[in-house]
Design a binder for this molecule. Structure first.
Ligand SMILES: *[C@@H]1O[C@H](CO)[C@@H](O)[C@H](O)[C@H]1NC(C)=O
Ligand SMILES: *[C@@H]1O[C@H](CO)[C@@H](O)[C@H](O)[C@H]1NC(C)=O
Ligand SMILES: *[C@@H]1O[C@H](CO)[C@@H](O)[C@H](O)[C@H]1NC(C)=O
Length: 674
C-alpha cells in the first residue's frame, strides 16, 4: 500500500506540468515494487507448489504441467540473479545441480522443454560465476548445470531424427519419440532451438546441437511459399504445410525471433539473410497499417484479422535492428488494446475492436513488457515507463492473489483462473524489473567485463550484450568464445556441417555428402557422417530402451537416410488440421494442453481495473516528427536526426557489443573487477 501511495504522489506531481519525467528515485520505487511482486509469487511457489512444476495461485497448491521437473524453480533461477538475490540463486542452483539427469517416462513438448529447461539451465550456468558459486575447473566449458542442460538436449534431440531434419513436437524423456506420435509440428516448434543448442555446442565443443538446430531452420526456409512466407503447421516427414495461415504470432513467433537473435549471437550472415527475406514478405503481405494480420501463405490474402497477445514481441525484435519508428507504432497499437481491457486478450479482433471468442484470457504473458523494455533501452522515451506502469498496476490490481499471481481468464471481466505459468517469474517480472532498473548488470554494453583464463586461453565474460532466449533467459555472448575446442570446431569445420537437403533430393544429397565430408570426420566403419550416425544412435538407443529396458548401451546404428525414404512415402497422409481454422493457432504451443491442465476459475472482482484512460496516452508523440507520428521509412531521415539530437542509440547494444567482442578491439579498455 505504501508503494502505491508513493506512486500516486509522484505520478500526480509529474502530471502538473503535463510532462512525464521519471527520475531515478521514481524508477527505483517502481523497481522495488516489481521485486516485491516477484518475491510474493516466488515464495508462494516454494511454500505451496514446490516440487511440482507450477503454482495454482487460487487453490494455493502445485501441479505438474510441462513435465515434472520443478519447472518454475528452473525457469525462475536466473531472475534471482538479475534481481541480485545471489544467496537464493546459490541455494537453488545447488538443489538443481544435485539432480543426476532428466530420465523419466514422460512425454514432453520439445519446444517448451528447450526454451524453459535447457534455456534456464544454460543461463544459470553462465551466471554462476557472477552469483559467487564455487565453480568447477574449466567453467564456462564445464559445470553441473551445463551437464544437465546437455542431458536434456540429448533427450530432445531424438525428435530431430526425421527425413527433413525438422523435429517432432513431442518426445518421451526416456524412450524418445513415442510410437504413433503425430508428425505435425508448428513452425515455432521447429525454428526455436538455435540460441540454446548453439550455445550448448559452443560451450561443450560438440557441434551436433547447433547443427540440428540450423538444419531445422534451413528446412523451414526451404519450404517457404513462393511469396516468402511460412505457414503455421508442417508435416516434418514430408514438408507438407498442414496449416497455411501465415502471421507473426502464435505458432510462428519465435522462429523469426531466433533468426534475428541468432544473427546477433552467432554473427551468422546466413541467418541475417533468411530473416530479412522473411521480414520483407511480412512487410508486404502480413503488415496492414501498424498491425500484423494472418494471411494465406501462398496468396497473401487476409484469413484472420486478429492481433494476438503473442504478437507483441515483434517491436522488441525490430528494435534489435534499429527500426525504432515502426516498432513504436506497433507498440502504440498494442498499448491501446491493453488500455481497452486492462490486459491484452490472447486474440483481439481488430475490425470489431473486441476480444476474440474463446481467446479472452491473459495468462500473465511477457511479450508486451518485453518490447517495452527493449524500446526503452533504445530510446529512453518516458512514454514507455508509463506503459510499464500500466502493466504493473493491472497485475497488482487484478491478478494478485493471497498466494501468487493468477492467469486472467477473461480480460473483459477480469475473472481469474487457477494457474501461474512459469514464464511469469522467468519473463514478465524480469522484463518489468529491467525496465525500471537502468543500472542493472544486464544493461552493461561493454563498458566493463572480466578476462578469465580457461585451459584454452583467455576470454571475456560479464561484458554485457546479453541475448535473451524466448523465455527471457539471458545468454552471455562473450562466454561463447571461451571454449577453445569449439572455436576450432566452428572455424575449421563449419563447412562440413550437414546441409539441409529435402527428401526429394535425397539422391543428390548422397552425392553431395561425399563432397561435403572430408575423411577424418567420417565414421570409418560405415562411411556415414559422424553426426548423422550419432542422431541415429540416439534414436536407436531409445528403441532399444523400449524393447529392453536394461540394455541401454547396446548401440547399433541404422543407416538413417536410406532407411527413411520408404517410411516417408508410407506415412504421407492428409492433414488432420484444418487450414484457415483459428483453432489451429492455439497459443504459442504446438499442441493442445492435456485435459489435466483445465483449471478452476474464480468469480470476477467487484470493480474492474483498467489502465487509466483519463490520461492522454499519446504523450509519446511529443517526441515525434512534425506530422505527429513516429516516422515511417519515408521520413527516416528525420528519425535519424531525431535520434542523433537526443543521443538515442539507434541500435540495441548487443549488436554493437558483439562486433566489439569479435574484433577484440577494446580488450585494453576493459576494467578488471576485483
Ligand atoms: C532472496 O530470496 C529469498 C527467498 O525468497 C528471500 O527470503 C530473501 O529475502 C531474498 N533476499 C533478498 C536480498 O532479496
Ligand atoms: C506417450 O505418448 C504415447 C503416444 O501417444 C503413449 O502411448 C504413451 O502412453 C505416453 N506415455 C506417457 C508416459 O504418457
Ligand atoms: C535523406 O537525406 C539524404 C542526405 O542527407 C538525401 O540525399 C535524401 O534525399 C534524403 N531522403 C529523404 C527521403 O528525404
Amino acid at each position: 500500500m505504501h508503494l502505491f501511495d508513493t506512486w500516486l504522489c509522484f505520478g500526480f506531481l509529474s502530471l502538473v506540468n503535463g510532462l512525464r519525467e521519471y527520475d531515478k528515485k521514481d524508477l527505483i520505487t517502481l523497481r522495488e515494487e516489481v521485486r516485491s511482486m516477484f518475491d510474493h509469487a516466488y515464495s508462494s511457489y516454494l511454500t505451496y507448489a514446490y516440487p511440482y512444476d507450477e503454482l495454482r495461485s487460487l487453490s494455493c497448491d502445485g501441479f505438474d504441467t510441462w513435465g515434472s521437473f520443478s519447472l518454475t524453480l528452473i525457469d525462475a533461477l536466473d531472475t534471482l540473479a538479475v534481481m541480485g538475490n545471489f544467496s537464493e540463486f546459490r541455494r537453488v542452483a545447488e538443489i538443481i545441480s544435485a539432480r543426476a539427469d532428466f530420465e523419466a517416462n514422460i512425454n514432453v513438448s520439445v519446444f517448451e522443454t528447450n526454451i524453459r529447461v535447457v534455456g534456464g539451465l544454460l543461463s544459470a550456468h553462465l551466471l554462476s560465476r557472477k552469483a559467487g558459486i564455487n565453480l568447477e575447473p574449466g567453467w564456462p566449458c564445464n559445470g553441473p548445470l551445463l551437464r544437465l542442460a546437455e542431458d536434456m538436449a540429448k533427450r530432445l534431440i531424438a525428435a530431430f531424427d526425421t527425413p527433413t531434419g525438422m523435429p517432432y513436437g513431442t518426445v518421451n524423456l526416456k524412450y524418445g519419440v513415442p510410437e504413433g506420435e503425430t508428425s505435425i509440428t508448428c513452425t515455432a516448434g521447429i525454428g526455436t532451438f538455435l540460441l540454446e543448442f548453439g550455445t550448448l555446442s559452443r560451450l561443450t565443443g560438440d557441434p551436433l546441437y547447433e547443427e540440428v538446430a540450423m538444419n531445422a531452420i534451413k528446412a523451414l526456409h526451404y519450404y517457404k511459399s513462393n511469396i516468402g512466407l511460412v505457414g503455421n503447421h508442417i508435416d516434418v516427414l514430408t514438408g507438407h504445410w498442414t496449416a497455411q495461415d501465415s502471421g507473426i504470432g502464435a505458432g510462428v513467433d519465435s522462429y523469426f525471433e531466433y533468426l534475428a537473435k541468432g544473427t546477433l549471437l552467432f554473427q551468422d550472415p546466413l541467418l541475417a539473410t533468411i530473416f530479412h527475406e522473411h521480414k520483407a514478405a511480412i512487410e508486404k503481405y502480413i503488415r496492414r497499417e501498424d498491425w500484423h494480420l494472418w494471411v494465406s501463405m501462398t496468396k497473401g490474402q487476409v484469413t484472420l484479422p486478429v492481433f494476438q497477445s503473442l504478437d507483441a514481441y515483434w517491436p522488441g525484435v525490430l528494435s534489435l535492428f534499429g527500426e525504432i519508428g515502426d516498432a513504436m507504432k506497433s507498440l502504440h497499437n498494442y498499448h491501446r488494446v491493453w488500455k481497452q481491457f486492462g490486459f491484452t486478450p490472447e486474440f483481439y479482433n481488430i475490425p470489431q475492436a473486441e476480444a476474440g471468442t474463446n481467446r479472452e484470457g491473459y495468462p500473465l504473458r511477457p511479450e508486451l513488457i518485453e518490447s517495452v523494455m527493449y524500446l526503452y533501452r533504445a530510446t529512453g522515451d518516458p512514454y514507455l515507463i508509463q506503459v510499464g506502469i500500466d502493466i504493473l498496476r493491472s497485475l497488482q490490481h487484478s491478478a494478485k492473489t493471497t498466494c501468487g499471481y493468477a492467469t486472467i481468464n477473461d480480460v473483459r471481466d477480469h475473472r481469474k483462473a487457477d494457474r501461474m505459468e512459469s514464464f511469469f517469474l522467468a519473463e514478465t517480472t524480469k522484463y518489468l524489473y529491467l525496465l525500471f532498473d537502468p543500472d542493472n548488470f544486464i544493461h552493461n554494453s561493454g563498458q566493463k567485463g572480466e578476462i578469465i583464463e580457461t585451459q584454452w586461453g583467455q576470454c571475456i565474460v560479464d561484458a554485457g550484450g546479453y541475448i535473451f532466449n524466448t523465455e527471457a533467459h539471458p545468454i552471455d555472448p562473450g562466454a561463447l568464445y571461451c571454449c577453445h575446442r569449439s572455436q576450432n570446431l566452428f572455424s575449421d569445420q563449419k563447412a562440413t556441417l550437414w546441409k539441409f537437403i529435402p527428401v526429394n533430393d535425397m539422391k543428390e544429397k548422397e552425392n553431395i555428402e561425399h563432397a561435403l565430408y572430408p575423411k577424418d570426420i567420417k565414421d570409418t566403419n560405415d562411411d556415414k557422417p559422424i553426426e548423422i550416425v550419432k542422431l541415429s544412435e540416439m534414436r536407436h538407443t531409445s528403441v532399444n530402451n523400449v524393447e529392453n529396458n536394461n540394455n541401454k548401451n547396446l548401440i547399433n546404428p541404422l543407416p538413417l537416410i536410406n532407411g527413411k525414404v520408404d517410411e516417408v512415402i508410407a506415412i504421407e497422409e492428409e492433414s488432420k488440421i484444418n487450414t484457415n481454422n483459428p483453432e489451429a493457432l492455439s497459443g504459442s504451443l504446438c499442441q493442445e494442453e492435456p485435459e489435466s491442465l483445465k483449471v478452476q476459475v474464480a468469480a470476477p472482482p467487484s470493480g474492474i481495473y483498467k489502465a487509466d484512460d483519463s490520461e492522454n496516452i499519446d504523450t509519446y508523440e511529443t517526441y515525434t516528427t512534425s506530422d505527429g507520428h513516429y516516422p515511417t521509412s519515408a521520413t527516416k531521415n528525420n528519425t535519424e536526426s531525431f535520434i542523433k539530437q537526443n543521443s538515442i542509440k539507434s541500435r540495441f547494444e548487443p549488436q554493437i557489443l558483439l562486433e566489439n567482442i569479435r574484433k577484440r578491439i577494446y580488450i585494453q579498455q576493459i576494467i578488471l573487477q576485483k
